[in-house]
Ligand binder design. Structure first.
Ligand SMILES: Cc1cc2nc3c(=O)[nH]c(=O)nc-3n(C[C@H](O)[C@H](O)[C@H](O)COP(=O)(O)O)c2cc1C
Ligand code: SF4
Ligand code: SF4
Length: 253
């Protein structure tokens, strides 16, 4: 079976989950990374193939910039495995929203999963996930999805509400310390162009989506969220969401 993966993944955990799902399904995988998307053409995926689409959960929703990027992909009733990766707090409406977006693009959801990964703003939450147990869940998820594609499937029931949750946000933005050597990696890889390569220590608050990519790609470990607002929010998050959450999976009837 030919697989197409489509993912937005700022700090690479969604990519890991999507790649693991795909690797358990087939050797023939074409990947579209829409994090720094430069695609403009329409990509049609025929009915006899399978799509694995993955996004991180941002404030209980699909990241806003994903919708526009997903619209380039057109299914022909093509089956889709829908994956939301979240930082051990909750996925809220993101699984349902991603399913709705894919349905609008002509895909039919065969299965959906909400998988836990390390929180990209508060890394002590969900630390080091996905781990071996998560990978075992992903394998089971992929195998059941493949069976359903082979035998045929109907509708899927998913958790979440319409209208979707109104996203909130914490007023924090990452900046760089004096360790910054001006290499420009953060500016090159920022999905929204929020870092000026000529002055990479700062950030354009109107463009930054707090995705955390500039922090993980900085070779000098110079960038992070600084300040009292971040420290207070981190303390609250670390204690409120310390308990391990398990992955959840849903399958079409
Ligand atoms: C702006 C933002 C909002 C987030 N909101 C949530 C959330 O509502 N629930 C949750 O559990 N995790 C949340 N997270 C954590 C991410 O969903 C999680 O770390 C995910 O693994 C990031 O995926 P990535 O590594 O592919 O970027 C949020 C992260 C960011 C950057
Ligand atoms: S500046 Fe903001 S949007 Fe750009 S990579 Fe850093 S956190 Fe993400
Ligand atoms: S990646 Fe780090 S060291 Fe390089 S310019 Fe950005 S903040 Fe500076």
């Amino acid at each position: 079976m030919k697989i197409t993966t489509i993912y937005f993944s700022a700090t690479y955990t969604t990519r890991r989950v999507v790649e693991a799902v795909a690797a358990n399904l087939s050797n023939e995988v074409t990947a579209y990374d829409i994090t720094n998307d430069a695609l403009t053409e329409e990509i049609a995926i025929p009915a006899d193939e399978l799509v694995v689409v993955g996004v991180p959960v941002y404030a209980g929703r699909v990241p806003a910039m994903v919708a526009e990027r997903l619209r380039r992909f057109k299914g022909d009733n093509t089956p889709a495995v829908v994956v939301a990766v979240y930082g051990n707090r909750h996925y809220d409406d993101a699984v349902l929203e991603l399913h709705d977006m894919m349905t609008e693009c002509g895909f039919r959801t065969v299965s959906a999963g909400a998988f836990v990964a390390q929180h990209s703003i508060f890394p002590k939450v969900g630390k080091a996930r996905p781990d071996a147990e998560d990978m075992a869940d992903i394998k089971t998820f992929a195998e059941r999805s493949a069976e359903l594609v082979a035998t045929g499937f109907g509708e899927i029931d998913l958790p979440g509400n319409r209208p979707y949750k109104v996203p909130g946000g914490i007023p924090i933005w990452p900046t760089a310390s004096c360790r910054c050597n001006g290499c420009g990696a953060c500016a090159r890889l920022c999905p929204t162009g929020a870092i000026d390569p000529a002055s990479p220590k700062g950030v354009d608050k109107t463009k930054c989506i707090k995705c955390g990519r500039c922090i993980v790609v900085c070779p000098a470990k110079a960038r992070r969220f600084y300040g009292i607002k971040y420290s207070l929010a981190a303390a609250r998050f670390n204690s409120a969401f310390a308990a391990r959450r398990e992955n959840e999976m849903w399958f079409a009837k």
